[in-house]
Design a binder for this molecule. Structure first.
Ligand code: ATP
Length: 468
């Protein structure tokens, strides 16, 4: 993929996908707002995810839990004690970085860097995140790792843990308040509601709960446009199952998630890979985790984490809340605390992946080859000349019953095609008097640039067929 990140960011910003947040006040670093086409694209991805993983299945339900939760939730989940990244400062500039990420770059910098570090520093894994903080500091200093902003070796402080949760406070009385957190993931809302859902949904295990919503992490080094932001959206599933069935179900979810990416969103298989976590990378509660990585223009990055989390979360909430979250299985007549498989994907990160995947540069044009199902606008309605606007508006009214459309009468037809190609609109309908008078219309296809004559009265069903 020869995509250029700078061009993709430009296209997103100039074509109404993503704006810099609070731009008229000079931006709040790393915040982004989703514009008319961006918000539509994001909604289309979210709706397809809900369709595939909830609507089309009999074993899934949805939930919309709050962003603010009782702080004990985050004590039980381990976030208060342990949701942190290793932070390191360059004393020369005061800039902060994630030590593990700089060390990963060091390992990737040459074929034998990993083996050299193993031998010199006695580390037994090439996952710096798993190294002791003191070891991370020792290697950063020993190898005179460069500050990526200045390109010069940093004067590194000791690496230390930095908790990623955003804190805020809630008034309890007029003069006292208590600390609460903005949720760093949507998942815990599902765990704390497990008993409610099991009781009221009449679903029997195995069943899953899907949730889409905002999450907040005070990331040390956000960046790469919307890849890593402090406010983002997640689409998470907790799939509850009987202990012992977890490994098989984990495998099925890996396949289902891949299928969603390649078949529903038409992301190229060449841009995706599955990566199993090694034992020393696995979280202490997980018996298997696989990441689906996407080839972003800046390198491979995690897109979707599929973790088998055993009964860790439910048991942790049982211990903290003193509530019984076990499940009585009426089929096998036994009681147990379910295991859980968690496929978790960032909606905003997936948005970026779909745009990078679709960004196509050809000799004569640059366009977004988005799957028609997720394209923000499905049909552009163009009168060939302005005086046909009344006819064109009639066609617009007919099409907008079924599709998100755009009406455009400004500029040459060629320029208008270019505009619709750039935002990934799969179809253009062009109104000219001869065809219109004969009850027909010209449909122009984005990818092939071919044109077809279609009877106006069949236009909606023709396009519905093409969008399936
Ligand atoms: P990373 O290693 O990239 O920090 P993570 O392993 O901490 O991610 P998870 O906690 O597993 O991520 O979150 C699940 C998914 O949420 C990720 O696969 C990613 O798609 C998305 N995600 C996590 N953090 C961010 C962020 N700061 N900005 C955008 N998306 C995010």
């Amino acid at each position: 993929m020869e995509n250029n990140m700078k061009d993709i960011v430009n296209l997103c910003q100039n074509r109404w996908f993503v704006y810099a947040g609070s731009e008229i006040y000079g931006w709040l670093a790393n915040t982004w707002d989703y514009g008319p086409y961006g918000s539509q694209l994001k909604e289309n991805i979210r709706n397809l995810w809900l369709k595939e993983f909830v609507q089309k299945r009999t074993d899934m339900v949805t939930l919309d839990a709050g962003i603010l939760m009782n702080p004990q939730v985050w004590v039980a989940s381990g976030h208060v004690g342990g949701f942190s990244d290793p932070l390191i400062d360059d004393k020369n500039t005061g800039e902060r970085f994630r030590a593990d990420k700089l060390l990963e770059d060091l390992i990737d910098s040459s074929d034998d860097a990993g083996e050299y570090l193993k031998e010199k520093y006695g580390v037994n894994s090439l996952i710096p995140e798993a190294w002791e903080l003191a070891k991370q500091t020792e290697v950063m200093r020993g190898e005179q790792v460069k500050n990526p902003e200045t390109g010069k070796p940093g004067d590194w402080t000791d690496a230390k843990k930095f908790n990623l949760m955003f804190q805020t406070s809630q008034w309890v009385t007029a003069d006292s308040s208590s600390v609460i957190y903005m949720r760093p993931e949507t998942a815990q809302g599902i765990f704390v509601n497990f008993a409610n859902i099991a009781r009221t949904s009449r679903k029997k295990i195995p069943f899953g709960v899907a949730q889409v919503g905002k999450a907040f992490r005070n990331e040390i080094t956000p960046g790469n446009f919307i890849f890593r932001t402090r406010e983002f959206e997640q689409m998470e599933i907790e799939y509850f199952c009987e202990p012992g069935t977890d490994m098989e179900i984990h495998k099925t979810w890996k396949n289902d998630c891949m299928k969603f990416l390649t078949q529903t969103l038409s992301i190229s298989e060449d841009n995706l890979k599955l990566r199993d976590h090694d034992d020393d990378e696995l979280s202490h509660y997980s018996n298997a985790t696989t990441d689906i990585e996407f080839r972003f223009p800046f390198g491979w990055g995690e897109l979707w984490g599929i973790a088998s989390r055993t009964d860790f979360d439910l048991k942790a909430h049982m211990a903290q809340s003193k509530e019984d979250l076990s499940y009585f299985d009426p089929v096998n007549n036994k009681k147990y605390v379910p295991y859980v498989i968690e496929p978790s994907v960032g909606l905003t990160r997936l948005f970026l992946a779909t745009i990078c995947n679709a960004y196509t540069v050809e000799e004569v044009r640059t366009y977004l080859k988005l799957d028609p199902k997720i394209a923000p606008v499905k049909v552009w309605v163009l009168p060939i000349v302005k005086k046909l606007w009344e006819e064109a508006k009639k066609v617009y009214a007919q099409l907008s019953e079924d599709f998100v459309c755009e009406y455009d009468e400004v500029g040459s037809v060629g320029k208008r095609y270019a505009r619709m190609d750039e935002i990934g609109t799969p179809f253009c309908v062009v109104i000219d008097s001869d065809n219109y008078d004969a009850g027909n219309i010209t449909v122009r296809h984005r990818d092939s640039m071919e044109q077809e004559i279609v009877p106006i009265e069949q236009l909606n069903s023709y396009l519905t067929g093409k969008l399936k």
